[in-house]
Design a protein around this ligand. Structure first.
Ligand SMILES: [Cu+2]
Length: 194
């Protein structure tokens, strides 16, 4: 008699457990696909998608694969001004991963760079909407000035790279100028640490 409610009560638990496992598996699979896409298309696109206006260059492949695992957040090995920080150079840019979306936002929305350093931004779109990534002097980025370094048409689960050298005091910024996105708040700031 005591066992009866127990068995009844225990029945829904496996149901929930199966659901939880299924959801967890889905999340893991999505993360794995995202990581693969970012890893696969980063260096790959670097070859094909860099118009002449992009600055800098360099050994992305070495940097990129090393940075992927630790770099899913922001920088893995310290921020400018902190101990152990290694600034990117033209020959070996620092890789910073930026996620565009979901929604009209970048993550992170604020990025610190050392004055003079060269950074390769690997921008991945995380939702169904295609985005752009423009980086440069704050006023040029705000007004979408032609000639400002930019990668466009970054589709869902795609990643494109853009290398930029921050050789001035700033202010610098980045933004998406796909129609309506900037107005919706799709922009970020770059803090130059001297
Ligand atoms: Cu956008």
């Amino acid at each position: 008699m005591i066992t009866e409610p127990r068995t009844r009560r225990s029945l829904p638990i496996p149901g929930w457990a199966i659901l939880l496992v299924a959801v967890a598996a889905l999340v893991v699979a999505t993360a794995a696909i995202t990581a693969t896409l970012v890893a696969g298309s980063g260096p790959f696109r670097m070859m094909g998608d860099r118009p002449g206006m992009m600055m800098g260059g360099g050994s992305f492949a070495g940097n990129g694969s090393a940075g992927l695992m630790g770099g899913l957040g922001t920088g893995s090995s310290g921020q400018p001004g902190s101990a152990g920080f290694v600034a990117g150079t033209v020959a070996s840019p620092r890789v910073i991963r930026v996620y565009a979306g979901p929604g009209y936002a970048f993550s992170p929305s604020s990025i610190s760079v050392a004055r003079g350093e060269t950074v390769t931004f690997v921008v991945a779109t995380m939702g169904p909407t295609a985005h752009e990534f423009m980086v440069g002097p704050g006023d040029a980025v705000a007004s979408d000035t032609p000639g400002t370094p930019e990668v466009a048409d970054i589709g869902m689960m795609q990643a494109k790279s853009l290398t930029y050298t921050f050789d001035g005091p700033g202010p610098y910024a980045f933004a998406c100028h796909a129609a309506g996105h900037y107005e919706a708040g799709m922009r970020g700031t770059i803090v130059v640490v001297s």
